[in-house]
Design a protein around this ligand. Structure first.
Ligand SMILES: Nc1nc2c(ncn2[C@@H]2O[C@H](COP(=O)(O)OP(=O)(O)OP(=O)(O)O)[C@@H](O)[C@H]2O)c(=O)[nH]1
Ligand SMILES: [Mg+2]
Length: 341
């Protein structure tokens, strides 16, 4: 799943992208945007590796996409936003440095997202109405879609984030192809000044559930220093190093994904799947053959492994569950797929 880093120009998106991914953005691609898959650090993987002593440890990756900034108060933002329609989650960066007000910026950006979605929904409503004027075999289906679109249109007009609407799976399916921004989970990063005296005031923002306030430029600089110079830098600047791994893990959760593990002597590995993923879908994420020949999943909890120290002990305590295809994978499950080839 792609995570789109979005916001107005100069808010610190590329700095955030570089800090979280520990890569350098290519300036030649700044006007188009660029993406990179970042391994998500997970202390649980290292606990499991200590038990299995595998030859290889592999971390699941999260795809981060840096995007060109929108110009405030400018027509045409809807078109610019088109490139991030496919993102599964939005990270909205708003600045609180140089006297800028993150609350106002966020409100404006939310309006831009609403307008972009309204254009799409209004366009589709018109086309569906046109179609309904002619005799058609799929009238009922279209009428249902029209009713839903009109409800969505009303909700957008009053500024409702559509995730609050509790749509049925059928309705979600009808809307999927429009890739509406207001149906995507979002995460707000308030980019603080290096010397912000009261960062606490930005830890929550009106109407947003996931907010992180962090001095992105400072943290980026800090992370680029050699390890032995960081402590001195922190002391001198009076800052605390922010764990970028924790932010990545919060992004995983905020984007509606969970992490499961596979573990053996050859490899200990974390995998990312969407919440609600079944055992056979998890098997498919590992390898299509595993899904095709799926017999059952053996499931342990990573906590049990760490507490008891070995797979053998977990088995001895009867803590290995045998689950079928439809079992819903939980964050922190360690799974082994039994299959015939
Ligand atoms: N004071 C301060 N300046 C910052 C901070 N983060 C970024 N900047 C500065 O803001 C400018 C823009 O940073 P970028 O990361 O390039 O911003 P952007 O959002 O990618 O910009 P566009 O891609 O042009 O939209 C740079 O000069 C940064 O040094 C911060 O936390 N504090
Ligand atoms: Mg940029």
């Amino acid at each position: 799943m792609k995570i789109g880093i979005v916001g107005y120009q100069g808010t610190g998106k590329t700095t955030l992208f570089e800090w979280l991914s520990q890569t350098e953005a290519d300036p030649a691609l700044a006007h188009l945007g660029q993406s990179v898959t970042v391994p998500v650090p997970d202390p649980r993987v290292h606990r499991l590796a200590a038990i299995y002593q595998p030859k290889k440890v592999t971390l699941a990756g999260l795809e981060l996409a840096d995007t060109p900034g929108l110009a405030p108060e400018q027509e045409g933002n809807a078109a610019k936003l088109a490139s991030i329609r496919e993102a599964g989650c939005l990270v909205i960066v708003v600045p609180a440095f140089n006297g800028q007000d993150p609350t106002t910026q966020l409100a404006n950006f939310r309006d831009d997202l609403l307008l972009a979605d309204l254009q799409i929904v209004a366009g589709r409503i018109e086309r569906v109405r046109d179609s309904l004027r002619k005799p058609r075999p799929n009238r009922d289906e279209l009428a249902k879609e029209l009713e839903l679109l009109e409800e969505i249109h009303r909700a957008l007009e009053v500024g409702t984030h559509l995730l609050q609407l509790e749509l049925t799976p059928d309705q979600q399916r009808m809307l999927r192809s429009f890739q509406l921004f207001n149906l995507k989970p979002r995460f707000v990063v308030v980019n603080l000044a290096d010397d912000e005296p009261q960062p606490e005031q930005y830890r929550s923002l009106d109407g947003e559930t996931e907010v992180e306030a962090v001095a992105v430029r400072l943290q980026h600089e800090l992370a680029r220093l050699p390890a032995d110079e960081r402590a001195a830098f922190c002391e001198e600047m009076g800052v605390v190093e922010v764990d970028r791994g924790e932010i990545l893990r919060r992004l995983v959760a905020a984007s509606g994904q969970i992490v499961f593990f596979t573990a053996g002597e050859r490899e200990v590995r974390s995998w990312m799947v969407r919440q609600g993923c079944t055992a056979v879908e998890a098997a498919a994420a590992i390898h299509t053959d595993l899904a095709r020949g799926f017999v059952r999943a053996e499931v342990m909890r990573w906590e049990d492994l760490v507490r008891l120290g070995s797979e053998r002990e977990v088995k001895a305590h009867n803590l290995v569950r045998r689950e079928s295809k439809d079992y819903v994978i939980q964050d922190g499950d360690v799974i082994y797929i039994q299959h015939h080839s």
